[in-house]
Structure formats: structure tokens, C-alpha cells
Design a protein around this ligand. Structure first.
Ligand code: RNT
Ligand code: ZN
Length: 420
């Protein structure tokens, strides 16, 4: 579409929203301040750069064999730059420890910031701040399915050292980028079948975490997050780090809690948890994902679940206390397109939420006027948010509508599909 038509449509939409008491310019300004943390692992099917040839394991499963997977840090950075260029706003990168650049075999308990200097330099050059994750899977010491809750002292110690190393790397990243690096701990520990003790591994996990978090690091440099889960492939009967475990842990230690949209019962959504947990934990990390029948990590679409998350963040004024990350891995479509689709949807959902006359709705609620509340909420759904979105993309110098697909197709032909 011609740029002048996009602007005409925007001006009409602006008036239409103004009639409903919504300032579209103010909404756009708030939206532009939100950074989404793109997950590095969508680009290479969670393989990383350790070259160990191990399955990712940990109950993680990537399906599909679309050609063009990034195999080196250079390829992954190039793919990410392509994706960022098609997404409006300034965003972050969520790195796993297994994506370091290692001179030969460096075991997980030996990693340090030097292995991530390439990413730090790249982030500075691209204006992309980094988040981090220790990698407690795809390793011979995780083959039994246990890491920080392992019964063996030596194995547990190994993983504790990995956790400590990851925090130091995160803090160093935070110093260099002038923005705190969120360091998220997720472990796969759990049993396929009914355990004889549900309590003992949880006691060990709490102790391991306390040891990892013992070192005081500056919260302006790094933020500790912990991620709960209901079940995984191979841990169907018991997951040590359940929701109740980590909720209690995060509250008692005042850590950031990570809620992954795929980590609860299939009919349970995370939107309703946000306002509850933020009463008791200082900050929240979201892994926005889409489970289909199970924790399948499909690309995020504009679903009711996604809109509900965005509405909660905006209505509760929680954007400042929430770090928004994405967590999906689809190898059945172009991997750069997967990032673009999922991230644009997350941003678009936030825009829709920001274009709501929330005060008016909350006043109707306070007045017990549920008829008007419902009627208005439904009418808002057909307001021309698409015209505001198009204008936002245009002013951010990224493609409007599906035009970005052309860039992805050209990039696939010139680059991704040439990877032998
Ligand atoms: C696994 C968790 C975790 C991982 C990443 C790769 O179920 O969601 O966040 O997806 O660490
Ligand atoms: Zn996750």
C-alpha cells in the first residue's frame, strides 16, 4: 500500500479512537518503549555451538526439517539481523549458555564472559541488549534427566558451578550493555513415572538454588529468574521445579518468576496469574509461547490467550515490572519468518491492549455496569487497530502488512537455502 494511504487511514483511525477517549499517539509511544527478548534457539532448533552431537534432550522437542538452519554464530547473527529489520521497535536477544563461542571443549562449569564477548560486541553494534540462560540440558551429566536436584553430590555440584558461572556472565553483560541482563534458570529435572519421594528432590533443588544465588550481584547488572513447569516429555509424572515450588521460592527469595505459556495444564492460561504473582514477587519474566494440545512451543499467533496476556500487562500497569521473552521453536517453516511472525504478533497484541480505554472500562466495572462493560469490550474489537499498526510499522521503517515476506523470501534464496 502507498505510504500516503497508510497515513490517511491512520488519521481516520486516530479520530475514531479519540471518540472512544483513546490517544493513539500516547499508545504508540508506550509501545515503542517495550523491548521483546527474542530467543536465540528459534534460529537453530536449540542446537547451540558446543558441537557435542548430543540430542537436546531435557524433554525439549523440535519438529520439522525446513532447510536453512543457522549452524554458526555468524549465520545466527545474520538471521537475527534479518528478523530485527522486519520488526518495529528496539528488541533484545535471549541467549542460552550453549551458544557461546568456545575454543575447543569448554565444559559447562568452566564457561566465562570471554566465550560471549562476540555476542556482547555484536549486541553493542546492533543495539541489542542480551538476556541469558544457563543450559541444564543437552549434556552427558544431564542424561539421567536430573541436574540441580540430582542425588549425586558431584553431579549436583557440577551444575551448581554452571549456574554460578552463568550469573557472572549475565552481570558482565549487564555492565557492558547498561541494562540488566535477565538470567533465567530452567532445569528439566523430573520423573517419567511416579516417584517414591516428591519431597527430597525439591529440598535438594532449593539448596542448589540458594548456593547458586549466594553471591550478591548488582540488580542493575543482572536479574535472577526461575521458570516452573508442569510436565515434560519423559517427566510426565513429576517435575521437581513445579509452579508451587518456584512460586514459593521466588516469593521467599524475592526473585523474578518466569511464567511460560506452555507450562501449565492445557486449558490453564498464564494471563490470570500475572496480577496475582506480581503482588508477591518483584518482577515477572514471560516466555510467551503457544502450546497445541501440549507444551509444543508453536509460533505465537494472535490468539485469545496472547491478547489476554497483553491486556493484563496493560490494564494492571505491569509493563515496567515484566520482561517479555518468547519461547517457541518451529523447524517446519522458515526460521527467520517464525521469529518475525511471533514477535510482530506479541507487539501487535500489546498495541491492541494499549488502544483500549481502560479507565472507562474500569469505571463501568466500579459502577457495577456489567452490561456496558461487556458491550464496550466487544465493540472495541472492531475498531481499526490495523491502521494504527500499519502507521507504527511505517514510521519505524519496517515493512507494512505482509510486505516483510518478500524480504524473508529473498534472504532465504540468497542466504539460508545456500547453506549446504
Ligand atoms: C523448557 C523451557 C525453557 C526452554 C529454553 C530452551 O520447557 O520452556 O525455557 O524452552 O530454555
Ligand atoms: Zn520457557
Amino acid at each position: 500500500m502507498q505510504s500516503e494511504k497508510i497515513e490517511q487511514a491512520y488519521r481516520l483511525a486516530q479520530d475514531r479512537y479519540a471518540e472512544s477517549g483513546v490517544d493513539t499517539e500516547a499508545a504508540i509511544e508506550k509501545l515503542a518503549a517495550v523491548s521483546i527478548s527474542l530467543h536465540c534457539w528459534q534460529g537453530d532448533d536449540v542446537v547451540g555451538f558446543e558441537n557435542q552431537g548430543l540430542d537436546i534432550g531435557g524433554g525439549l522437542a523440535v519438529t520439522g526439517n525446513y532447510p536453512g538452519r543457522a549452524r554458526t554464530p555468524g549465520e545466527l547473527r545474520s538471521d537475527l539481523q534479518m528478523a530485527y529489520s522486519l520488526i518495529p521497535g528496539n528488541h533484545r536477544l535471549n541467549l542460552h549458555a550453549s551458544y557461546g563461542e568456545f575454543p575447543g571443549r569448554v565444559d559447562r562449569n568452566e564457561i566465562d564472559v570471554s566465550h560471549f564477548q562476540g555476542w556482547i560486541d555484536w549486541g553493542k553494534e546492533q543495539h541489542v541488549a542480551l538476556d541469558f540462560n544457563p543450559t541444564f540440558f543437552a549434556h552427558e551429566k544431564a542424561q539421567s534427566g536430573f541436574t540441580l536436584a540430582h542425588a549425586d553430590d558431584a553431579i549436583r555440584q557440577f551444575w551448581i558451578e554452571h549456574g554460578i558461572a552463568a550469573r557472572r556472565i549475565s552481570a558482565a553483560m549487564g555492565v557492558e550493555q547498561g541494562s540488566p541482563c535477565v538470567n533465567n534458570v530452567w532445569i528439566p529435572d523430573g520423573y517419567k513415572d511416579n516417584p517414591a519421594s516428591r519431597a527430597i528432590p525439591r529440598q535438594r533443588l532449593a539448596e542448589s538454588l540458594d548456593t547458586i544465588f549466594a553471591e550478591q550481584l548488582n540488580p542493575h547488572h543482572m536479574i535472577d529468574a526461575v521458570e516452573c513447569k508442569l510436565f515434560g516429555l519423559g517427566s510426565e509424572s513429576y517435575v521437581v521445579g513445579s509452579h508451587e515450588f518456584y512460586l514459593g521460592y521466588a516469593i521467599s527469595r524475592q526473585k523474578c518468576l518466569c511464567l511460560d505459556a506452555g507450562h501449565f495444564h492445557p486449558t490453564e492460561t498464564i494471563a490470570d496469574k500475572i496480577s496475582s504473582v506480581l503482588m508477591y514477587v518483584p518482577e515477572l519474566l514471560l516466555h510467551v509461547s503457544r502450546g497445541v494440545r501440549w507444551d509444543s512451543d508453536h509460533v505465537v499467533t494472535m490468539s485469545d490467550d496472547l491478547l489476554a496476556i497483553a491486556h493484563e500487562l496493560v490494564r494492571g500497569d505491569f509493563l515496567d515490572r515484566t520482561h517479555i521473552g518468547l519461547d517457541f521453536f518451529d523447524a517446519s517453516i522458515n526460521r527467520v519468518a517464525a521469529w518475525v511472525i511471533g514477535t510482530r504478533n506479541m507487539i501487535k497484541a500489546l498495541l491492541i491492549a494499549l488502544l483500549e480505554p481502560t479507565c472507562q472500562l474500569q469505571q463501568l466495572e466500579a459502577d457495577d455496569n456489567f452490561t456496558h462493560r461487556l458491550a464496550l469490550m466487544e465493540e472495541l474489537k472492531s475498531l481499526p487497530f490495523g491502521s494504527v499498526w500499519d502507521h507504527y510499522c511505517q514510521q519505524a521503517s519496517v515493512p507494512v502488512g505482509a510486505d516483510w515476506l518478500k524480504s524473508v523470501d529473498d534472504y532465504a534464496a540468497s542466504t539460508q537455502l545456500r547453506r549446504a
